[in-house]
Each structure stands twice: as C-alpha cells, then as structure tokens.
Write a protein that binds this ligand. Structure first.
Ligand code: 13P
Length: 238
C-alpha cells in the first residue's frame, strides 16, 4: 500500500518544512503503508530537512528530465534529485499532458531515465471525460501503459482526468475495473488518484486491485493527509 501526496504548485519552502515536521512520525502509526510526498522542486530540500534523516516518509519530485544534464531550460535531472536525497518522481501527470505538451513518448523517456538513474517512478495514466464517453477508456489506457518501461521500481497511478480536482471521485467499482484492466497489461502496483478524501479513502483502498492513492487537494492539509494514510493502514490490515 502506497499513499502519495502530490502538492502540485502549492507550498513554498517554509510551508513545506512545517508540513514535513508535522508528518515525519506518521509512518510509525501506519504499518503497511509507504508514505510519499511530492513537493514543488523549490521545496524539496526544505521538505527533506523538515522530515529529518530518520523519517520513513519519502520525497519524490513531480517531474524529471530524461537527460543527465544539458541545455534544457526549466528542467531538472535525476542525478540532481538523487543528490538532494529525493528517491523518486512522478511522470506523465495529466496536468503535464494537458498543459505542457507531455506525450506518451516523453513520458516513456522520463520514466526510463529516472529508473536507470536509480529513482522510483509513479507513472500517471488516465482517460479524459470525452474519451470515457466515447468508450475509449481501455484503448487510451493500453496506449499510455504500453509505452512504460518494465521495472520493479515503477508504480502506475490511474487518474481519470474527469475526477481530478472536481470532487467527482470514480466509484469504487469504476476504479476497480480500470485497475484490473491496467494490471492485465502491466503487473505493477496501481494507485488511484482523483478526488481522494478521508471520507472515500477506505472504500477505494479496499478494492482488490487498488494498491494505494495519489492524492492532490486532500494531501495539502496534514490532518486530511494523515486520515488517508490511516485509512491505507486499515485497508492494508483487512
Ligand atoms: P485531487 O486529489 O485534487 O483530485 O488531485 C488528484 C491528482 O491529480 C493527484 O496527482
């Protein structure tokens, strides 16, 4: 079971450090759950400092470039992240795909380079509302999952785009169906993302093919993030 908080473009260094200080002991109460936070690049260092060396909470970046270094303005490489103490990265988040021209090919390149360098990867996939209505969900997922490198440090996050930041969570049955389909293509843990909240976390995480959550909005408040991690521990025990 893995619960990851994607802070998106929220929390500068000061706020990130305070949050990290609040949650650094959380893993002691959430047996069976790996906890990850994904701050903005500029807050990675402060988050790591707030957690302190001994915390089991892991810090991932929200993106990573495919080259080790070079003339790529605005990008950050895997060795730079590893040097800080960052242990993983998200790739292919739908907001990157929608607003920043991320393609299946660049997602593949980012994932491959990150894994090769030694990072863990959470690769995000998911259909838009129009694709679901056109009954293209499975073909979209097959295309997005198909390009991902096979690796035991890769985890997939199923994030239906229509459920992100909308309060419209996928029903547990819809999530389960998509997760089972993804797992038939790629045998890796599959996280669910899209309006996960303390109120719906337990039922979602209780589905047989839901191996964790990638949480946006509800990960920004330490109280609700903690509640979701505790629900993960309860689901892991069941
Ligand atoms: P919300 O939890 O805010 O819907 O965001 C989901 C998400 O995009 C996590 O990566």
């Amino acid at each position: 079971m893995l619960v990851a908080g994607n802070w998106k473009m929220f929390k500068g260094a000061h706020e990130a450090r305070n949050f990290a200080t609040r949650v650094r002991h959380l893993p002691e109460r959430t047996a069976g759950v790996e906890i990850v936070v994904c701050p903005p690049f500029v807050s990675l260092q402060a988050t790591l400092e707030g957690l302190g060396g001994a915390s089991l909470v892991r810090v991932y970046a929200q993106n990573v470039h495919w080259d080790l270094d070079g003339a790529f303005t605005g990008e950050v490489s895997a060795p730079m992240l590893l040097e800080l103490g960052v242990t993983g990265a998200l790739v292919g988040h739908s907001e990157r795909r929608q607003h920043f021209g991320e393609s299946d090919e660049t997602v593949r390149m980012r994932a491959e380079a990150a894994l090769e360098a030694g990072l863990s990867v959470i690769a995000c996939v998911g259909e838009t509302e129009a694709e679901r209505e056109a009954e293209e969900t499975e073909s979209v997922l097959a295309r997005q999952v198909g390009v991902l490198p096979r690796h035991d440090r890769l985890v997939i996050a199923y994030e239906p785009v229509w459920a992100i930041g909308t309060g419209r969570t996928a029903t547990p049955e819809t999530a389960q169906e998509a997760h089972a389909f993804i797992r038939s293509l790629y045998d890796a843990p599959v996280l669910y993302g899209g309006s996960v909240k303390p109120e719906n976390a337990l039922v979602l995480l209780g589905q047989p093919d839901v191996d964790g959550a990638l949480v946006g909005g509800a990960s920004l408040d330490p109280v609700s993030f903690e509640a979701i991690c505790l629900a993960g521990a309860e689901a892991a025990r069941a």
